[in-house]
Structure formats: C-alpha cells, structure tokens
Ligand binder design. Structure first.
Ligand code: DAT
Ligand code: MG
Length: 136
C-alpha cells in the first residue's frame, strides 16, 4: 500500500547545492516524486507548517530560518513513504544522525538540518494540503 509524505529541502540545503543529492537518494530508494516546487515561504505558511512547535523556545529562529531563502517542496510517494524518508533523513540532530543518512552525511547544526519529512499520516495530510492544495 502506497502513501505520500511531504519532503522539504530547506534553505540551507538549497544554498549548499544539495537538492540533486536529496532527490537522487529519494529516487535510488525507489520512492516516486509526485509534485515539486522551488519557493520562498511566507511567515504565515512557515508558522502553519511548524504549528506544533509554536510554544518551543526555538520557534522564532526556526521560522526565520525556513523563510530565509528558497526551499524545494516535494510530495514523495511509495510504500511506507513517511517512515522510508525519515529513515533516509536521519535523526533531527545531524551530529548524532547516523552516517549514510542525509543529515548524518551533510549536517552539523540542529537548526540547519537540510531536510524535512512529515512524521505521521496526519502530518503528511496536513502538510501536503498546505503546500500543494491542488493534490488534496
Ligand atoms: P524533525 O525535523 O526531525 O521532525 P522536529 O519536528 O522535532 O524535528 O523539529 C522541527 C525542526 O525544528 C528541526 O528539523 C530543527 C528544529 N529544531 C528542533 N529542535 C531544535 C532545537 N532544540 N534547537 C533548535 N532547532 C531545533
Ligand atoms: Mg518534525
């Protein structure tokens, strides 16, 4: 059974030229791209995307960062795509993320960890609607 997840190559990943690397890993895993767009988020979209973190001390910094340059948003599909991409991404803190994962191979700072992937079917539905309303 196939599912969909929202993946972002965050502004640090775009700035560092890692878009192709991330797409390549998604494709080599066997996942499929369903939609993709380069865009700079408004504060409103960023706050909505990260609404579950609104009360965290790093929220302001997170919104500044994610709106600070263009990002690449994609919808990725495949069997257990949510977990499959989270596994490719590695854990949130790139220093403890396993080598071989995107964050483990390319990151050093928790606030600049290159990619986002939805963490549940509920978040995936919500985030896909936010970025690609035409996909429902
Ligand atoms: P993930 O992106 O692995 O789902 P999350 O949902 O807990 O992680 O947090 C969202 C983003 O917020 C994360 O990718 C980077 C940032 N972040 C998380 N914890 C942080 C912290 N302690 N300090 C600064 N930024 C943090
Ligand atoms: Mg998260």
């Amino acid at each position: 059974m196939s599912e969909r997840t929202l993946v972002l190559v965050k502004p640090d990943g775009v700035r560092r030229g890692l878009v192709g690397e991330v797409i390549s890993r998604i494709e080599r895993k066997g996942l499929t791209l369903v939609a993709m767009e380069l865009r700079t988020l408004t504060r409103e979209t960023a706050e909505s995307h990260y609404e579950e973190h609104a009360s965290k001390p790093f929220f302001g910094e997170l919104v500044e960062f994610i709106t600070g340059g263009p990002l690449v948003a994609m919808v990725v599909e495949g069997p257990r795509a949510i977990e499959a991409f989270r596994s490719l991404a590695g854990s949130t803190d790139p220093v403890s993320a396993a080598p071989g994962t995107i964050r483990g191979d390319f990151g050093l700072q928790i606030g600049e960890n290159i990619v986002h992937g939805s963490d549940s079917t509920y978040s995936a539905d919500r985030e896909i609607k936010l970025f690609f309303p035409e996909l429902g």
